[in-house]
Design a protein. Structure first.
Length: 568
């Protein structure tokens, strides 16, 4: 008889969140607040033990919240984990596992961005909160912005257990809080922040952007501040950057500026600290690229047009300050300032570009993620996202770029129209026009196979006709480089033999103008939340609905266990 026909080619796996309710591996923290509060962004973070009970915790921010009668002061909910990924938490009702943190002033946008890390070195997770529209005093500075570090410890859980609120206007003495205040009016300090160990001492440091800081007459050129982590942050402390070079953090802070003449660069709108050369010291990566929904929120008393949500160097630019620029020693010089383009040792600049028939960059570097190894060669790689890049003629489909062996970027300057041929590069195209692929990315080893994986969102994609439900694409790491071009359009996806991709579909699409699609993964983090050896995804449904029928578009937090993500 003739041989049997060959089996059909393997298809990539998918996960549909509509009706997804496993007994374990999935948690939803349903949002609270007024209808529509999620529409400008709903940051999430997690992966650290903030109360030292042995379980990792997570947080959800609502920059539009109006607590205690303070219009749009914003707030953050710190949710204490129990070691499991299961069940539902309704954040609209009191819960002794949830600590509510509220902003100080009207239109402050507390929680415009959040992150978690141990920046004091004591083993407790610290909650880092951006307050980009904070109004500084003495002298009055509208929209100077602030970065607040809530130092982790058991006192945070005690507040939650007692049903107390942590008010940033009058915080309780049991909690230590460090706040950095922006130097000048409308600087917008705290617009973005990330952590990593730039000194190699084993303690995470902080990079924070002030994307509207003016320098040398260049309006909105932007700046980045790097704060050294350590026991000095385990304190009650306010640091006013108007006195940069003469503050309590002297020797433990430095500033980075864009090249001279960089008006409207919004340098620092996205930042990252990631070890790109494998020496256990992170590099500072910062972009001159801005496309952020929450960027249009005006500070109290600010003139119309002063809050910018879209800008940067045309096409977008990324700058890397390599760790060898930092002087040796326990303390840095006071007033230490670096200017990109004039660094003492090593730097990199990459400008957006275009390749005929493939892509045109629009906001190159709007997302940055680096330091893990996606191809199993033991060398760190780096991902740069372009939220509104054009992909094969699909407007705002979004484009992502993965550079393998990122150390080879050192001391290079080029455009994405002609990237170096000696550096392996994969370019990824979003699945449809308007999907804004690469808006958000997270990474980790989601299947515990020893090779890191990359999760990237298309938050406004419309799977199965669900308008703006969103899609999360989990691209599984593999031994060897990825294809040079990966198109996420269904008809053009690579076969699993070349690259395995799992699509996770958002549950709900648009119902009406006041009840929009979930917008899955507009913010994300990753960590092994249940300590099973697999990293898990902490993501948002930016415009997800809460439990109450009136809680439309308030935004939810999801934890998706690595074990729940299907893979061939």
């Amino acid at each position: 008889p003739p041989p049997p026909p060959p089996p059909p080619p393997a298809a990539n796996r998918t996960l549909d969140l509509q009706g997804f309710a496993p007994a374990a591996g999935f948690l939803r923290a349903s949002g609270s607040g007024a209808a529509g509060d999620g529409r400008f962004g709903l940051p999430v973070a997690g992966g650290h033990d903030a109360d030292l009970d042995g379980h990792r915790d997570y947080a959800r921010a609502n920059m539009l919240a109006s607590p205690l009668g303070r219009a749009r002061a914003g707030g953050v909910q710190l949710i204490f984990g129990d070691g499991r990924i299961a069940g539902n938490v309704d954040l609209a009702v009191p819960n002794n596992r949830v600590l509510n943190i509220v902003g100080d002033g009207a239109q402050e946008a507390t929680g415009g961005e959040i992150w978690m890390a141990d920046v004091t070195g004591d083993g407790a997770g610290d909650l880092i909160i951006g307050r980009p529209n904070f109004r500084a005093a003495a002298p009055d500075r509208i929209g100077a912005g602030a970065l607040t570090i809530i130092v982790g410890g058991p006192a945070l859980r005690t507040l939650a257990t007692n049903g107390a609120t942590l008010d940033l206007r009058a915080p309780p003495p049991s909690v230590r809080i460090v706040t950095l205040v922006g130097a000048a009016t409308l600087d917008r300090l705290g617009f973005w922040m990330r952590t990593g160990d730039i000194t190699g001492d084993g303690v995470d440091d902080i990079a924070v952007g002030a994307d509207q800081e003016d320098t040398g007459g260049a309006v909105n050129s932007g700046a980045v501040y790097v704060i050294r982590g350590g026991p000095h942050l385990d304190a009650n402390l306010t640091v006013d950057l108007a006195g940069f070079g003469a503050t309590a953090l002297d020797g433990r802070i430095f500033r980075v500026l864009p090249p001279p003449g960089s008006a409207d660069y919004h340098f620092g709108a996205t930042v990252a600290l990631a070890d790109l050369d494998g020496n256990r010291r992170a590099e500072l990566i910062a972009s001159a690229s801005l496309n952020r929904a929450g960027g249009v929120l005006l500070a109290e008393g600010a003139p119309p047009g002063s809050a910018v949500g879209s800008g940067g160097n045309p096409g977008g630019s990324v700058f890397i300050l390599w760790d060898d620029n930092l002087p040796a020693g326990a303390l840095w010089p006071a007033n230490l300032t670096f200017t990109m383009g004039a660094l003492p040792i090593s730097q990199t600049r990459i400008d957006g570009g275009s390749v005929a028939g493939q892509y045109t960059n629009d906001r190159f570097g709007e997302e940055i993620l680096g330091g893990l190894d996606y191809n199993g060669d033991a060398a760190p790689d780096v991902f740069f996202g372009d939220i509104t890049g054009q992909a094969t003629g699909r407007d705002a489909a979004g484009v992502g770029h993965v550079f393998f062996t990122a150390a080879r970027l050192k001391n290079r300057s080029f455009t994405m129209s002609a990237p170096p041929v000696d550096i392996a590069l994969t370019t990824i195209f979003g699945p449809s026009a308007g999907a804004i692929f690469s808006d958000t990315a997270a990474h980790g080893d989601f299947d515990n196979d020893g090779i890191d994986d990359l999760a990237v969102s298309s938050p406004t994609a419309s799977p199965f006709g669900r308008v703006s439900a969103g899609i999360m694409h989990v691209i599984w790491g593999r031994s060897g480089n990825w294809p040079a071009v990966v198109d996420l359009l269904d008809a053009r996806k690579p076969s699993p033999a070349l690259l395995r991709i799992t699509d996770i579909f958002g549950a709900r699409g648009d119902v009406s103008a006041s009840d929009r699609g979930d917008t899955l993964m507009y913010s994300a983090a990753s960590a092994d939340m249940d300590r099973d050896g697999r990293d898990d995804l902490i993501v948002n449904e930016m415009r997800g609905n809460g439990v109450s029928p009136a809680a439309t578009d308030v935004g939810n937090l999801l934890v998706i266990g690595g074990a729940a993500i299907p893979k061939q």
